[in-house]
Design a protein around this ligand. Structure first.
Ligand SMILES: Nc1nc2c(ncn2[C@@H]2O[C@H](COP(=O)(O)OP(=O)(O)OP(=O)(O)O)[C@@H](O)[C@H]2O)c(=O)[nH]1
Length: 488
């Protein structure tokens, strides 16, 4: 995890300097470009700053953040209101954020607004309950202490909509900007064109101040489909930024006395603007979070499929190994022997090189079992398999249990002399293993080996080579056992 990632894990010392500064700047920015000459707030941004800080750090040192933003709020408010009103309004702002944050925690919303479910809980806690509660209180303060002529319910509505919109735009934006694990955007060819269209359209709309071109009203509403495109393609971070910029531009137009939604009363104009910004939030931020969530789910699903496929391949390869391994001795079984033998036969046939095959049969093994028991017989077979594995180890060679107490090995590109050498080494090694065999004239476990070598010709068959090796083995038995015979 790098330093940037850690900076947003838990608040550092510098965050307590940054927070009141950003908060103070946000109050000033709101007064500067989101409050109309008639003193009506289009979008109130500062509460989103504290809320985003509480959510980002999951309430760690929330009390300190609350005190700092309360001070900056009061200080900034005093430029517009009397100190008493400024303090009361700051307290109300604090209550609004605290209620929102606590309701979200109670509802179990994850604090980084990455899922639609979290957005739903956030919308109910903040833009619906927290801000409405604060609006009712703030309107009462303004009505009783500012002697304003605006009706109480109008004041409530103005405060409510302004705060709700501020929260809906800026809390997701600040959270998205401080999020450390966001997805890289994979650009399509059409994206550059779409961004160009959006920039040009926005330029036309905001430079004509909502006027008409050839009878077409250039209202900001024309930007809605574009914001939807950004939401679908670029994720929450870019969508929240676009929504913030568009709403800021609309606010600036209104506060500078322009009428982006046509020649109607200021009151209606503000209502239109707020409805438009609300639609932007729902369409833009709602959709982008939905898309982000779908993308995360899709990736999770892909990762699970990859993992399952890997596990399946693993099991398949284990199964394949198992199906080719002899259960008792752990070396290749008859099935594997047949496969390799067929393959090596074809290869030897094509390359014109010799192929050696040996059959090994334990001597007097029935007597061994009768003397020492079946269990010891099994141990003896395992010891012989182990010995075979150690001596038949060149690349391409294969030692296998052919069946019962009979083993075989294949040695490609091996002439008679070398094949006899390998077989003799094995026979001697077994003898020197000194496994006691009281019922054998050799007094130790021994084996007879028949060896056959061939350069497969057109008329030869693998069965023919097997019969040759078998015949040599029979001859070894006949000649007294514990010996190697090369097929004539
Ligand atoms: N313990 C054990 N014995 C086995 C296994 N497979 C085969 N056998 C025994 O191996 C013995 C083979 O006996 P035979 O075919 O009569 O041959 P032999 O006694 O070795 O005599 P020669 O081959 O003529 O020297 C039988 O008693 C089988 O029961 C096994 O997996 N475990």
């Amino acid at each position: 995890m790098n330093n940037t990632n850690r900076a947003w894990e838990s608040p550092r010392w510098w965050f307590y300097i940054l927070l009141p500064l950003v908060h103070f700047a946000s109050v000033k920015l709101t007064f500067f470009c989101a409050v109309t000459p008639e003193n009506e707030v289009v979008v109130w941004l500062p509460n989103a700053v504290l809320l985003a800080a509480l959510m980002r750090f999951r309430g760690q040192r929330g009390w300190l953040m609350a005190i700092l933003t309360f001070c900056s709020d009061t200080f900034a408010n005093m430029a517009v209101f009397t100190p008493a009103v400024a303090v009361q309004l700051s307290v109300i702002n604090l209550i609004e954020v605290a209620v929102t944050y606590l309701l979200m925690r109670r509802a179990g919303a994850s604090s980084d607004l990455k899922r639609v479910e979290d957005l739903r809980k956030f919308t109910i806690a903040g833009p619906l309950i927290g801000t409405l509660l604060a609006s009712l209180m703030a309107a009462a303060v303004l009505k009783t202490q500012m002697a304003t002529g605006t009706p109480y319910l109008t004041l409530t509505r103005l405060w409510w909509f302004g705060d709700a919109l501020g929260m809906m735009i800026y809390a997701p934006l600040l959270l998205a900007l401080t999020q450390t694990d966001h997805e890289p955007v994979r650009l399509h060819k059409t994206d550059a064109l779409a961004v160009l269209v959006i920039v040009v359209l926005a330029g036309v709309i905001f430079s004509t101040y909502g006027g008409a071109i050839n009878g077409v009203s250039m209202t900001p509403t024309l930007l809605l489909p574009m914001v939807l495109y950004i939401a679908v393609r670029f994720g929450t971070r870019w969508t929240a930024l676009t929504v913030a910029l568009v709403s800021l531009a609309v606010s600036i137009m209104l506060t500078s006395g322009n009428r982006p939604f046509g020649d109607i009363s200021v009151h209606l104009e503000i209502i239109h603007a707020q409805e438009f910004i609300l639609t932007l939030c729902i369409v833009g931020i709602g959709f982008s979070i939905l898309m982000d969530e779908l993308r995360v789910r899709e990736r999770g699903l892909e990762a699970r499929v990859r993992q399952r496929t890997h596990e399946l391949e693993d099991s398949n390869s284990k199964l394949a190994t198992l199906s080719q391994t002899d259960g008792l001795t752990g070396i290749a079984n008859r099935r594997r022997f047949d496969e390799v033998f067929a393959a090596e036969w074809s290869r030897a046939g094509r390359s014109g090189q010799s192929l050696a095959l040996a059959m090994l049969d334990v001597d007097y093994f029935k007597a061994y079992n009768d003397t020492y028991g079946h269990q010891c017989g099994d141990d003896c077979l395992r010891a012989i398999a182990n010995l075979l594995g150690k001596n038949v180890r060149r690349v391409g060679d294969l030692a296998a249990r052919y069946g019962g107490e009979e083993f075989a090995f294949i040695a490609p590109m091996t002439d008679s002399h070398s094949a006899l050498g390998i077989a003799e080494t094995i026979r001697r090694a077994l003898e020197q293993l000194n496994l006691p065999h009281a019922a054998s004239p050799f007094h130790v476990v021994t084996a007879s080996i028949g060896v056959a070598v061939i350069i497969p010709g057109k008329s030869d068959t693998p069965q023919g080579l097997l019969q040759m090796a078998d015949a040599a083995l029979y001859q070894a038995k006949q000649q007294g056992r514990n010996q190697v015979v090369l097929a004539g």
